[in-house]
Design a protein. Sequence first.
Length: 772
Amino acid sequence: MSASPEEQEREQDEPRVGPEPGAEPEFHPYHHPAAGWGAAKSVTRFMAREGALMDGPRAIMKMNHENTGFDCPGCAWPDDTKGLHLDICENGIKHVTWEMTRKRVDREFFAAHSVTELSGWSDYDLENEGRLTEPMVYDPDTDHYVPISWKEAFDLVGRTLRALDSPHRAAYYTSGRLGNEATFLYQLMARELGTNNLPDCSNMCHEASGRALQAALGTGKGTVDLKDWETTDALFIMGVNVASNAPRMLTALSEAYHRGAKIVHINPLVEAGATRAIIPHDFKDMATFHSTPTSTLNLQPRIGGDMALVRGMAKAILEQSASDPKALDQEFIDRHTAGFDEYRALCEATPWDEIEKQSGVGRDDILEAARVYREADRSIVSWCLGVTQHEHGVDTVREIVNLLLLRGNLGREGAGPSPVRGHSNVQGNRTCGIDHRPGTEFLDRLAKVCKIEPPREHGLDTVRTIEAMHRGEVKVFVGMGGNFALAAPDTPHTYAALRACELTVQVSTKLNRSHIVHGRQALILPCLGRTEKDHQRKGVQSTSVEDSMSMVHLSVGMKRPASPHLLSEPAIVAGMARAALPGSETPWEWYIEDYDRIRDTMAQALDGFEDFNRRVRLPLGFRIKQPARELVFLTPSGRAEFSAAALPDVVPAPGMLALGTMRSHDQWNTTIYSDNDRYRGIKNLRTLVFMNEDDMRERGIAKLDPVDITSTAGDGSRRHLDGYLAVPYDIPRGCAAGYMPEMNVLCALGDYSTQSDQPIMKHVKVTITPAA
Ligand SMILES: Nc1nc2c(c(=O)[nH]1)N[C@H]1C(S)=C(S)[C@@H](COP(=O)(O)OP(=O)(O)OC[C@H]3O[C@@H](n4cnc5c(=O)[nH]c(N)nc54)[C@H](O)[C@@H]3O)O[C@H]1N2
Ligand SMILES: Nc1nc2c(c(=O)[nH]1)N[C@H]1C(S)=C(S)[C@@H](COP(=O)(O)OP(=O)(O)OC[C@H]3O[C@@H](n4cnc5c(=O)[nH]c(N)nc54)[C@H](O)[C@@H]3O)O[C@H]1N2
Ligand SMILES: [Mo]
């Protein structure tokens, strides 16, 4: 007899935190609800390991609270508007605890370990050493990092930048945790120096969403907020692993379910969050093991099949409109949109068998999803990387908008597009100027307010920066957070690019691969984390962040810094800027004394930030105005634009599979917490590939057999990963999946989307064979 869900949940083996060397890999399909006690136990173990048991709970109670705490750096999901006192999740807690660890990487550590030695360490072991404590510079004579004063470090940056024959010889990368104030100063520094070379993690993440929404609606962001989530009749969740990567969405899903809303998940994998969940802040649910369904329908398209699936839903709605005029919101279409006739003709001309073949979903299932959509007065479509990291990511997001426009699901409560952003401030980074393709209006205003001459030519994105480093055209790489070496595609190629640099500068909280894979000269500049108190001349400072739903609010750290030698990110930017621009009239030092001064300048320079200092101190902050929400479309036609793109062919060639790279439950991008992936039933294993059982059988591969994976790039070049273990999984035929960043080795740098310039990370063309 099988155990009840409660028993299963109780008996569930607690995964050990951290990779267990030599431990046997295990796979047992997971049948429990997401979140709940499994999550709570995992958190406790994790805190104990990081020595944060005392501080952890105190910090957690401060997370995501109306302007009195710090913003959870875990993800970009908005804060609960009703002031939920435990609006938190397992992964957010791990993320914060990871920052608050008691372990330290100090000068003795670097004296004891050469860089060559450290390059043999695993990524887990590097980060596991704890927080960085003081600035370090690479000494090529001894192959060790050695201490350097902040002043000398800034001088080295300034000297090297000033010696470049063009400002375009440097690139300034941003990882999406950087607060708005530091972001604004950082882009100002780059532009005052004379370049728009501002690659960011968004180039690998939601570039496709931004470009599609901009073209369709004249705004690069979603239009809905949490209230809309609370009132909608139907939610379509596409390509998001909710329980692992946006766990606070589980609350919204279970509330929606209780309300009677329909929830449709569209994902090649049926992830744990697409079944049932126990909501962690609901003490009653926790105590009684009560779980709530988080789905009413699950569709499993093939990898890359979303556009065809959405086209199918649109086709069904259009077909239905012949007998049921209310299927379409014709008045909305007439008043607010352009290009409808062309789109209708395209849908009519797309045959059902093509839609079925390309989506990998049967017509009846697509009709069922269309029925849910038709019966809902208000619908929201939400998506993440499963939709964006494709060649045709922009077309797919536009197809989603097409579907929404058909029924006027825009500019009213409970309806609209809702991309789920990744990093906690990745959306704010773009708003505050991290953009290698800045608009003229933005630059004109920046020029006027900051009295600089910003460059007008477009700069380099992530992929193009790596190419330029290879060619010797970019010689200085500055990383404001993140782990560029591992996050970027084509790992050996990216390593070589970084190593070809004259200087690499990494502003970081913890040791990672990007410190070990460095330029001829290299600096590690350690900064305060978001949980830490930032003391400046005028007192304790706060920074602001913007969530996935355009809410801007303050984040105030409250912990004693990990080391007295840390500087804040704004201060590090200002230090580098002053050294590189000694004659600059920008009052860099004055800004750092009091971040209100930065915000006052931002209020003048940035659209939507008027009266910034006052509004950001309102209890929940403020929402940046969203013209599309008000049915004002800043598009050439002044209307919301339908698109009419042909369906791409996403069906793998015979013998090939489409491989999606993704995150495990116990990881934060390049930070690996353990080798377990609880919700997918995996223990002690990251070097795996999830496959359909029939695809395995056809290749003579049994459960946990070692296999060799070969990817074939657009230019015909091949890349390999050998000895990965095959895991039979409920995934459509022709599809496979495994973990980033290990699998970035398989992603060719040249294989980026021509629509978004995003590296293709979800549709890598591979062959898989039994290990040689
Ligand atoms: N705990 C934790 N939270 C995180 C992160 C983390 O690493 N750890 N990362 C943060 C960041 S930066 C980001 S961008 C987000 C990422 O959040 P996600 O987008 O959830 O990230 P992935 O792990 O890449 O998972 C992609 C999901 O898309 C599905 N998928 C793959 N291919 C396709 C496809 O062709 N179509 C559809 N419909 N689905 C597909 C996969 O099965 C998987 O469920 O999460 C953020 N939050
Ligand atoms: N194959 C494949 N590759 C991918 C993806 C994928 O799905 N598949 N996803 C892509 C996506 S969506 C993203 S967003 C990128 C992520 O790319 P990045 O943002 O570059 O990488 P992270 O792993 O988030 O960065 C982790 C590091 O950030 C530093 N850090 C942490 N907190 C702070 C802080 O407060 N300040 C500073 N200065 N540093 C800090 C720490 O040193 C830590 O080691 O990866 C991309 N790469
Ligand atoms: Mo991301």
